[in-house]
Design a protein around this ligand. Structure first.
Ligand SMILES: Cc1ncc(C[n+]2csc(CCOP(=O)(O)OP(=O)(O)O)c2C)c(N)n1
Ligand SMILES: [Mg+2]
Length: 603
């Protein structure tokens, strides 16, 4: 079949499917795009020819369209995602931040940046880097370290093998992340005779590898011997749809469960074994159990510094068992590696632990500490702070208004930590905080992706004024696509999370507050959103209940009311010598905390 490279690419993509547990879905559900000379006549023309097979959505910023694809992929548990087509030069490099986010959080996205002429006859082309040392370098080489698979299609014949490799990586639970196919603008438009088989329907089974029997037996034995075991559930538990298996193991053994940012929602907040968030933004319940744990079973977690409170959450001789499909995570903290799919591994562990349960006093302590924390949450939800409410009250209102299956979306600022501590999750897909890259500007674009992936759920985007100023433009894309999106704009006049951090390191909130008086609600109005200016929690609630289409509810909050304390630390180094008393005092505190940092080498 004679088609251009771009036409062949799109025809191939519409025929790719994933399969897990017998269910199939389209791997590439659609394509986000922004055109320029690098893709308008290639991929753009191909999309024009196949509009029914491949939905196309015009985005407003290339970084944001990658965020939207990531939001979609995460909501679909990595079984489906979107492609993103960009022009050459700045259009392409705008996607680099999105690529890093996807790769760090192990979420599949297919990036299709245009690239400079492969023939080089007309070079230097507009927006070409022109490396004096090599004619083979373009700005698209910046995608290499942030992509799990990267290729440049310099000849049509290269395309089939490259596409198969790209699909393999996108659908591999271990390797998945950003996949980048750089497409020189001339090659996109070249015709070639493709074999028919290239366009046959192809199904990529997302594997669920079982644990090795010897490792499983060893893990079960360690758990049986444990006096104060703890489970830490990460994003992998949710992506593998292992939350029922997790609940069954927790109920059968009485082991309490704490959750990372990506793992929040693994258990409903009011489950007797649920401790909620762990680590630097954790609950006092989870952190108390972590301090005392002799054995920790990590499930699908990459053990980020927030989860381990920079390696101070657990004591030094804690033993780790890491159930993880990715060896890179399974071997962390000198743990016993249980390399397996989370659901397979949890079910096998439950069978291997048949008849055993943890000390009932241990389980009861977890339940009672969690109940104490929930009372703390209730107080934070209903502070009645005046004249402007505290952020925790805003969280309380959104939690109360939202249904159990609805999704809260957030990424950066003080809100992710507060949500981690305070949000009462009721559904494994109800909590979507991007905290691998914690990228300001993810919120609205990510929320759009979530809504496209789950049209039957209400989506509540929580966004700070700082993030809003970085990226609000996908409001326009959401209106264009006629999706309902409810955006809570928390206006506290500055980068207040960093202000608080600055204060804690003795830097006196330097450079974090605004000296301007912008009206962001008016910006939202200008973009076409329905806008509610709420001044009280009652008005916030009314605004949320009355929301339709794309609605921005703005609420001014008091930035100086912190969420309840986690009783945990985060390692941010303080100047060792300083002229300021505030910095010297912070350094002394830092050194005390640093002394509690561990290596986690016990085996
Ligand atoms: C793209 C990007 N730049 C910088 C940061 C560092 N950073 C984290 S939070 C933050 C301030 C966020 O301000 P805002 O959205 O108003 O939320 P607030 O902290 O006030 O809650 C900054 C600058 C980041 N996470 N992402
Ligand atoms: Mg702010």
């Amino acid at each position: 079949m004679r088609l251009t490279v771009a036409q062949a690419l799109i025809r191939f993509l519409v025929n790719q499917y994933t399969e897990r547990d017998g269910a199939q879905e389209r791997l590439i559900a659609g394509t986000f795009g922004i055109f320029g000379h690098g893709n308008v006549a290639g991929v753009g023309q191909a999309l024009l020819e196949q509009p029914d097979e491949m939905p196309y959505v015009l985005a407003r910023n290339e970084q944001a369209m990658v965020h939207a694809a990531v939001g979609y992929a995460r909501q679909r548990n990595r079984l489906s995602t979107w492609a993103c087509t960009a022009s050459i030069g700045p259009g392409a490099t705008n996607m680099v931040t999105g690529a890093a986010l996807a790769t760090i959080s192990r979420l599949p996205v297919l990036l299709l940046p245009g690239d400079i002429f492969a023939t080089r006859v007309a070079n230097p082309v507009l927006q070409e880097l022109e490396d004096p040392g090599s004619l083979d370098v373009s700005v698209n080489d910046t995608f290499r370290p942030v992509s799990r698979f990267w290729d440049r299609i310099n000849r049509a014949e290269q395309l089939p093998a490259s596409l198969l490799a790209a699909m393999r990586v996108l659908t591999d639970p271990v390797e998945t992340g950003a996949v980048t196919l750089s497409l020189p603008q001339d090659v996109q438009a070249e015709a070639y005779d493709w074999p028919e088989e290239l366009f046959a329907r192809r199904v990529w089974r997302v594997r669920r590898p079982p644990a090795e029997p010897a490792a499983l037996a060893e893990a079960a034995e360690l758990l049986r011997q444990a006096g104060r075991p703890l489970i830490v559930a990460g994003g992998g538990a949710i992506y593998a749809e292992a939350t029922d298996a997790l609940r069954e193991l927790a109920e059968a053994t009485g082991i309490p469960v704490a959750e990372t940012q990506a793992g929040k929602g693994s258990l409903p907040y009011d489950h007797p074994q649920s401790l909620g968030a762990i680590g630097a933004t954790g609950t006092t319940a989870a952190n108390a159990l972590a301090r005392d744990a002799d054995l920790v079973l990590g499930v699908g977690t990459r053990w980020s510094d927030f989860t381990t409170a920079s390696r101070s959450a657990f004591h030094d001789d804690t033993r780790f068992v890491n159930l993880n499909v990715a060896p890179v995570d399974a071997f962390k903290h000198a743990g016993l590696p249980l390399v397996a799919d989370a659901r397979e591994g949890l079910q096998a562990l439950r069978a291997a632990l048949e008849g055993w349960s943890a000390d009932p006093a241990h389980s009861e302590r977890a339940t009672s500490l969690a109940a104490e924390w929930d009372a703390t949450v209730e107080r934070a939800y209903t502070l009645g702070h005046t004249p402007r409410p505290a952020q925790s009250e805003v969280i309380g209102v959104v939690n109360r208004v939202s249904g159990p299956r609805d999704v809260v979306v957030c990424a950066a600022g003080s809100m992710p930590g507060d949500l981690h501590k305070l949000w009462r999750t009721r559904d494994p897909k109800g909590y979507h905080v991007e905290y691998g890259y914690s990228c300001m500007g993810y919120e609205i674009a990510g929320g759009l992706g979530v809504k496209l992936a789950a049209p039957d759920r209400e989506v509540y985007v929580m966004i700070g004024d700082g993030s809003f100023l970085m990226m609000a433009q996908e409001i326009v894309t959401a209106i264009q696509e006629d999706v309902k999106l409810t955006i809570v704009l928390v206006q506290n006049r500055g980068f207040q999370s960093i202000g608080a951090l600055s204060e804690s390191v003795g830097s006196q909130r330097f450079g974090t507050a605004y000296r301007t008086h912008e009206d962001l609600a008016m910006v939202a109005e200008g973009l076409g959103a329905n806008v509610v200016r709420a001044t009280t929690v009652e008005e916030l609630e009314a605004g949320l209940r009355g929301a339709s289409g794309v609605t921005v509810v703005e609420i001014h909050t008091d930035p100086l009311v912190p969420a309840p304390d986690s009783e945990a630390w985060w390692d941010v180094p303080v100047a060792e010598v300083a002229g300021l008393d505030s910095t010297r005092a912070a350094r002394a505190t830092y050194e005390q905390n640093k002394a509690g940092q561990q290596q986690y080498l016990s085996q």
